[in-house]
Every structure is written in structure tokens, then in C-alpha cells.
Design a protein around this ligand. Structure first.
Ligand code: AMP
Ligand code: MG
Length: 273
């Protein structure tokens, strides 16, 4: 079992200049064990998550927003499935952000995001997020530079507002290597049951790998704050990726000093007849 805080090695400190190219997608230094041990440990983390999520719900004054970002095949869906299975579905919401609709495009880019932030007692997971507006939008040239460049400051201010109002924010970039993405895309093409996940557009995005790395580097560097930190998660090994994300979420919730509400006067010792 990793020491408390062991995953902090993946947190990007505010103001640090991130070297994404030097972040090893195969790193596994925070867990002293193999895949079998890692999967077994994930089970204990899920039990802790279930218990602490129950307490978050009972406390009813705080919430948690988890942002997941990754390139195609980076493992966002798999992480959600593995980390949150077993948690009470009433307390956890997942929201995926795809290509904006006309209604969304007619408004500022944070409009559709703000609507889905968690309510009191809830955990919400964003599968993609407002970060697409400085990632795909920048790399694919969907908006002029002067438009996306000012968004980093908007995002920092927006997240601070959400934090100030009682939500804790954790942001994870699932970091896979270019070779691992090739293998995973190939597997999607070759497996009839996975083929539906493959879009021809995935190849265009892959062709801009270096541009995406530059866009992620700037986004993470400029928006990893003390109150809404980014974690760059080694994600070539799925079991290790799940451990890093689950451990960080569990330890964050357990440190939140959540309390059960005071029961009504006179309930203690009451005997039901
Ligand atoms: P998937 O996650 O495979 O369902 O794909 C969702 C697609 O929506 C990805 O290709 C994203 O790049 C795209 N997408 C998400 N947010 C935006 C955005 N704000 N602007 C343009 N495309 C986006
Ligand atoms: Mg896709």
C-alpha cells in the first residue's frame, strides 16, 4: 500500500514549468507491487471511496469535481468505469463534453460547463471539459489565437469561483505515449467490438501529436493552482493509472473533514415500539 501523499509526485505545483515530454507514461514509482497487487489494492480504495462518498452526501455542504482529460484512447472511460464502480450512483454524476451544439456555440464556452458542476454532497466527473476550449480548439484552429489565449485566465477565475463556493476540484491528465496510442487505436480497428469507438478524425488528431503536447503543456502550466491542481498521470498501464486517480480522489475526500449532521434532539436512546 502506498504511503499517504505518494501520488503528490504527479501533482503539478503552481507556477512550475511542466515538461510533459519528460513525464514518463510508464512510471510506477508510487506503488511497490505488480498488476495483481495493484488491482487488489484498487478494491480497497473503492471501499474507502464508497464510505467517504456516503459521508460527503450526509454532510451535504461540500462537493467534488473531477476533470479527466486525455488524448484519444488515453483511458478516460476506462478510468471512470474502474474507479467509480461500486459507488452509490445517487451521489456520483458523470458528464461527457463532446463537440458543442449550436445552442452551446451561441454562448460563451463556460456556459455549458457551469451548468454541470456538482451540487452539495455530489461528486461529478467531467469526461473532457472546458479544457477542450484551449486544446482541440487551439490545435485544430477552431478559434483565432486571440480568442483562446485569453481563456487560461478565464478558466483560473472560473475554477476559483467554483472552489470559493464549496467545491473541491481535482484535474487529471491521463498521459499515454505515442506508441501506446498507436497500439490502442490499432486494437480498436482490429476488434469488431471496439471498432465503433474509432473515428477517422482520430488520425487527424494523432497527426498533430506535438501540437497537442504543446497545448496540454501550456494549459496545465497556466491553470494548475493550489486550489484546483493538475495531476499528470502515467497512463500506459491501466491498473497503475486507476490507482493514481483513485488514491488521489480518496485521500482528498478523506481529508475534507466531513461530518454527519447532528441528529434531532431526543433521538438517542429512543426505543421503537
Ligand atoms: P469522444 O470523447 O470520443 O466522445 O469525442 C468527443 C469529441 O468532441 C472529441 O473529438 C473532442 O475533441 C470534441 N470536443 C469536445 N469539446 C469540444 C469543444 N469545446 N470544441 C470542439 N470540439 C470539442
Ligand atoms: Mg473519440
Amino acid at each position: 500500500m502506498p504511503d499517504t501523499g505518494a501520488m503528490e509526485r504527479y501533482r503539478v505545483p503552481p507556477g512550475a514549468s511542466l515538461d510533459l515530454a519528460a513525464a514518463d507514461p510508464d512510471d510506477r514509482a508510487a506503488f511497490d507491487g505488480d498488476k495483481a497487487a495493484g488491482r487488489a489494492h484498487l478494491k480497497t480504495l473503492r471501499d474507502r471511496l464508497e464510505a467517504v462518498q456516503e459521508r460527503l452526501w450526509a454532510d451535504g455542504s461540500r462537493s467534488l469535481l473531477v476533470v479527466l482529460q486525455a488524448l484519444d484512447t488515453g483511458g478516460k472511460d476506462g478510468t471512470i468505469r474502474k474507479v467509480f464502480s461500486g459507488v452509490n450512483p445517487q451521489g456520483v454524476k458523470v458528464h461527457g463534453f463532446g463537440v458543442p451544439s449550436d445552442e452551446e456555440l451561441a454562448r460563451d464556452y463556460l456556459w455549458r460547463i457551469h451548468h454541470h458542476v456538482p451540487g452539495d454532497g455530489e461528486v461529478t466527473v467531467f469526461n473532457r471539459s472546458h479544457y477542450e476550449d484551449v486544446l482541440v480548439v487551439r490545435v485544430m484552429g477552431l478559434a483565432p489565437g486571440e480568442v483562446w489565449r485569453r481563456r487560461y485566465d478565464h478558466i483560473v477565475a472560473f475554477e476559483q469561483l467554483v472552489v470559493d463556493e464549496g467545491t473541491t476540484i481535482l484535474k487529471f491528465m491521463l498521459n499515454i505515449s505515442k506508441a501506446e496510442q498507436a497500439a490502442r487505436l490499432q486494437a480498436r480497428i482490429d476488434d469488431p467490438e471496439k471498432r465503433w469507438k474509432f473515428n477517422a478524425g482520430d488520425i487527424d488528431h494523432r497527426a498533430r501529436w506535438d501540437d497537442y503536447m504543446a497545448a496540454y503543456t501550456e494549459a496545465i502550466t497556466r491553470t494548475s493552482t493550489a486550489t484546483a491542481p493538475w495531476y499528470v498521470v502515467p497512463a500506459n498501464r491501466k491498473w497503475y493509472r486507476d490507482l493514481v486517480v483513485a488514491t488521489t480522489i480518496v485521500e482528498t475526500l478523506e481529508a475534507m473533514d466531513l461530518r454527519y449532521p447532528e441528529p434531532e434532539e431526543g433521538i438517542e436512546g429512543l426505543v421503537i415500539t
